[in-house]
Design a protein around this ligand. Sequence first.
Ligand code: ADP
Length: 186
Amino acid sequence: MNIILFGPPGAGKGTQAKILEKEYGFKQLSTGDMLRAEVSGQTELGKKMKVIMDQGNLVPDEIVIEMIRTYVESDDCEKGAIFDGFPRTVAQADALSSMLKECGKAIECVIELQVEDDALVGRIEKRAEEEGRDDDTVDAFKVRLGLYRDYSADVLPYYKAKGLHSLLDGDQSVEDVSKALRLLVS
Ligand code: ADP
């Protein structure tokens, strides 16, 4: 099954994607993780993207689209994929749809994890202490959340129109969110 986990920064997409990956064998494809790997590997691309990411802004569509393409076509995604943090624009959504189509696949389910802003701030503060991500600062988080509000208003209607969207309350324990997710994907 090919699933998109959609939600604001701190909604728990990565946590839930890892659980689904373990239980169902779908491959987690996180563009944020892929970009952070470029940054920590100090590649030319990583050096350029770090500036954008640290401010909380979106990196150019073509960069993330090409990153995702490599994986979509690989055997790792045979059982399916969980797209985590991608697509964030309609251009990315269109590109994803065509690259999946070329492999005879399609997105089957778009799950929006909904969490109130106050709860998100608390989670990001905790993650900043635990993981020390350079974009988990107050300023970058504000930018990321503001951008989320903007791009979700474009991307969610795109999938709602295709009848693929489900809403899930992300403001519950990790276990309860997983339980609800299992019902949607099995
Ligand atoms: P979060 O969802 O917590 O904001 P991610 O790990 O998904 O974090 O993304 C971190 C950063 O990586 C984003 O703020 C952005 O700069 C960049 N990024 C990740 N995915 C995309 C994407 N699909 N399009 C554009 N930029 C992206």
